[in-house]
Design a protein around this ligand. Structure first.
Ligand code: S3P
Length: 167
């Protein structure tokens, strides 16, 4: 089974995905990392050279052209479900889990580690919360098309495995 983890930046997709894959004994793929390897640039560098539109086109290509093992956990970039037909494609090709968190919790988590996230680089404090609230409102309609919506607060890989087992 292919399991796609989606959600806003800072929701824990990569950390939880890696742990879940270890528990389930399957491979883990981080699509942001795959894209960075392909272009030999960090996402921040790619954004600043080519801009966001080019990034969105490329991330959709990486999603659809990657050859996946049969059983794999895939973490996706926070914006990926919201462009082109990426959400539809993931739903048609695997199981999609949305890791949901409030803007305030996300802002607390994102206050550090913003350098590698081009959309957040110049935002702090209340500005950061307001930005996340607005983006999340725009994105929620895409994220909520996931097969499974998991409360991201104190979510563990063990709990995710239980949720999947109960499906
Ligand atoms: C983005 C999220 C990032 C990365 C890029 C854009 C977004 O991934 O793809 O900086 O638009 O939310 P993470 O969610 O893994 O930080």
């Amino acid at each position: 089974m292919k399991i796609f983890l989606i959600g806003f930046m800072g929701s824990g997709k990569t950390t939880l995905g890696r742990k879940l894959a270890a528990r389930m004994g399957c491979e883990f793929i981080d699509l942001d990392h795959k894209l960075e390897q392909q272009v030999e640039l960090s996402i921040a560098e790619y954004f600043s050279i080519f801009g966001e539109d080019a990034f969105r086109t490329l991330e959709s290509e990486v999603l659809k052209k990657t050859i996946y093992p049969d059983n794999v956990i895939i973490s996706t970039g926070g914006g990926l479900p919201c462009y082109f037909d990426n959400m539809e494609w993931m739903n048609a090709n695997g199981k999609v889990i949305y890791i949901k968190l409030s803007p305030k919790t996300l802002a607390d988590r994102l206050e550090t580690g913003k350098e590698e996230r081009p959309l957040l680089q110049d935002k702090h404090g209340d500005d950061l919360v307001a930005f996340i609230e607005q983006k999340l409102a725009e994105r929620e309609g895409f994220y909520s098309q996931a097969n499974i919506i998991a409360d991201g607060l104190s979510l563990t890989a063990e709990r995710l495995e239980q949720i999947l087992g109960a499906e």
